[in-house]
Design a protein around this ligand. Sequence first.
Ligand code: HEC
Ligand code: HEC
Ligand code: HEC
Ligand code: HEC
Length: 216
Amino acid sequence: MSNSSSALKIGPRIVIALVVAGLSGVIFMLTLIEFDHLTSTEEFCTTCHSMELAAVPYRESSHYNPASGVRASCGDCHVSEGVLTATFDHVMGTKDLLRQIFGPKYDNPVVNLLHLPDAAFAAREWFNDRNSATCMRCHVKEAIIGKRTDTLKVHQEDAKGKGCVECHINLVHRKVPGEKTFKRDGWNRMVEEEFNLETGMAEKILRGDVEAPAVE
Ligand code: HEC
Ligand code: HEC
Ligand code: HEC
Ligand code: HEC
């Protein structure tokens, strides 16, 4: 009885409780930052994402090997700025995890390549919805001089109000046509040719009628 009423006064216990709560808040934020950091690295992303489609072309791109050595990591482009938005992106990223477990067998290169256009379109939409904010971490739109004489003007005038990925696609990964010109038929035939499959196999694999063959 006397114990509970004394706890209501601002006594040492309350102060200790507040300090503990404050510290846990700080530890919580630091954990979030650390969590965001760890889950933005190339090592983390490529535990799932195909080397052939995502990482190999990336390592050959000017974003991996620029003259200046200013290297863009997976997270620099794909994870938003700020602890809370970054955490949000990672929590949304758990849908990647769910698809990895319950979705098609993306580990199979045939399946992965067949589904690649959907992933590329979804990724482009993600950038466009945010006006390509992550690109602007490094690039200043109004200052892009480029190699052609009109490039500065393009970015100061035509690019006004537009995100980078509305004009620049296929920067660092296996190329996928723009959504408007994309032809599913042609893509399926290309995949079949690449993996020496009979014509029509792509559709069967996509429908789930047959298992994708094991390829290297
Ligand atoms: C647990 C496995 C796993 C991890 C780790 C993972 N992903 Fe994914 N991700 C997937 C799967 C599965 C898909 C859906 C199919 C596909 O595109 O391969 C996907 C889709 C995507 C897409 C396509 C857009 C979309 O939403 O469909 C992007 C972009 C992406 N991931 C980026 C990343 C980045 C960047 C990282 C590291 C921060 C990452 N992923 C970590 C499994 C993973
Ligand atoms: C310079 C910015 C940039 C970097 C760095 C980058 N990406 Fe991307 N990524 C994009 C863009 C833009 C797209 C949209 C598709 C396209 O046009 O290439 C994309 C698309 C994707 C997709 C969807 C499937 C595809 O290939 O289109 C995945 C998965 C992905 N990225 C994962 C990664 C991983 C993993 C890394 C690090 C190894 C990485 N990205 C590094 C900009 C980047
Ligand atoms: C971490 C910093 C960083 C981020 C983030 C970044 N870039 Fe770059 N980008 C660079 C550097 C560095 C170069 C090479 C510059 C040079 O050599 O002049 C480059 C080059 C380019 C080029 C010209 C060369 C090429 O590969 O075509 C384009 C276009 C470009 N970036 C667009 C983008 C877009 C679009 C995004 C967002 C999806 C983006 N960048 C995100 C740093 C970055
Ligand atoms: C309206 C379309 C459009 C938008 C939006 C746009 N660009 Fe460009 N960009 C171009 C064109 C066209 C060129 C010149 C042709 C080329 O070199 O690809 C170019 C060239 C570049 C170059 C120079 C390439 C070189 O080596 O000369 C870089 C870097 C670049 N853009 C980055 C960006 C970034 C980053 C953004 C977003 C902040 C962006 N662009 C937005 C159309 C656009």
